[in-house]
Design a binder for this molecule. Structure first.
Ligand SMILES: Nc1nc2c(c(=O)[nH]1)N[C@H]1C(S)=C(S)[C@@H](COP(=O)(O)O)O[C@H]1N2
Ligand SMILES: [Mo]
Length: 318
């Protein structure tokens, strides 16, 4: 592949070959650089990009957005973790092409005054859509800036009216091996499950995302509805959600069930607690090539979220 020097990106960032990156990751990274060059000025212009999917109407900007420049639509939609469609990061895009995310039913039940099963579009109807530009930090130490469109999770929770017993929210991904091909394998214990403590879920930064770059979500990013919790590692951002259940006991999330010594319940971005197989001190900010950017505590949201964890040992509660 021909790699042109991109103005504004130091040549060190596009130098091929670096020991710790596998070849396919290098190809993805350099493809992203070329794609970015093709767009000329990314310059934070979220209107200019998209995937030709349905536009979401009446999206307002949010004061909670980062001012960092978003990654290109191409970056965000071609480098994904979505094991239901394959374990490689380039797999979900081609393997989810035929997935139909509508009609979609979302169940909200458990310890709530108003359990209900909604058609997703009816469910969204009374909620105001916001663009939330957040950096998503994967546990595997790469990150991207993504212009999500979504609704505050707190609004959804208030509507469900949790009872006094509700202490956690458990989220579940669709389980349909006919539509999600890797659910016919046992690479994970299906369906994918995640959980938040109720106060984390009520935090104004937590959203249910239904769009990207002003359009409905592409399948590979978790269509039609996924969680985004910007101070936590990406695996907390469960995709293609069909159920939110309010519970008393702390849920066991999928990665914790698979490898509890590597993935905990909290999964707060924390540069001082390494993953057993790699350091979390630095991150690779895609499309940058090197893992050379210091990781920030709570992914930079410490002022807003640290108080949720007062008195907790974040080494134990990783
Ligand atoms: N159902 C489901 N949700 C999932 C995953 C998955 O494999 N299955 N991967 C997670 C991980 S590890 C990350 S980093 C984010 C990636 O989101 P993105 O592809 O939109 O960047 O999705 C998360 N949500
Ligand atoms: Mo991740």
């Amino acid at each position: 592949m021909l790699i042109k020097k991109v103005p504004g990106i130091p040549s060190s960032e596009i130098t091929p070959k670096h020991a710790y990156l596998r070849r396919r990751e290098f190809i993805a990274a350099s493809a992203a650089v070329v794609a970015a060059a093709g767009f000329g000025s990314l310059a934070g212009d979220t209107e200019a990009q998209g995937g030709g999917l349905a536009k979401l109407p009446n999206v307002r900007k949010s004061r909670f957005s980062t001012t960092e420049t978003p990654n290109s639509y191409g970056d965000i939609s071609s480098y994904n973790n979505f094991y239901e469609f394959g374990t490689g990061k380039e797999d979900p895009k081609p393997n989810s092409r035929n997935f139909r995310p509508r009609p979609w039913t979302l169940a909200i039940d458990g310890e709530v005054a108003k359990p209900a099963s909604y058609d997703l579009d009816d469910f969204l109807e009374p909620l105001a859509l916001e663009e939330r530009i957040y950096r998503l930090r994967c546990v595997e130490a790469w990150s991207m800036v993504i212009p999500w469109v979504g609704v505050p999770l707190a609004d959804v929770i208030k509507r469900a009216a949790p009872t006094g017993k509700a202490r956690f929210v458990e989220f579940t991904t669709l389980h349909d091996p006919a539509r999600m091909p890797y659910q016919r394998t046992n690479v994970l214990d299906w369906p994918y499950v995640e959980g938040l403590r109720l106060d984390e879920a009520m935090h104004p930064l937590a959203i249910l995302a239904v769009g990207l770059y002003g359009e409905v979500l592409p399948n590979q990013n978790g269509a039609p509805v996924r969680l985004v919790v910007p101070w936590k590692y990406g695996f907390k951002s469960i995709k293609s959600i069909v159920r939110m259940r309010f519970v008393e006991q702390q849920p066991v999330n999928t990665w914790q069930r698979m490898q509890a010594n590597e993935y905990g319940f909290y999964a707060n971005v924390n540069p001082t607690v390494d993953h057993p197989r790699w350091s979390q001190a630095r991150e690779q900010r895609l499309p940058g090539f090197f893992k050379n950017h210091p990781t920030q505590m709570f992914n930079g949201y410490g002022d807003q979220v640290a108080s949720l964890y007062t008195g907790m040992d974040l080494r134990k509660n990783y």
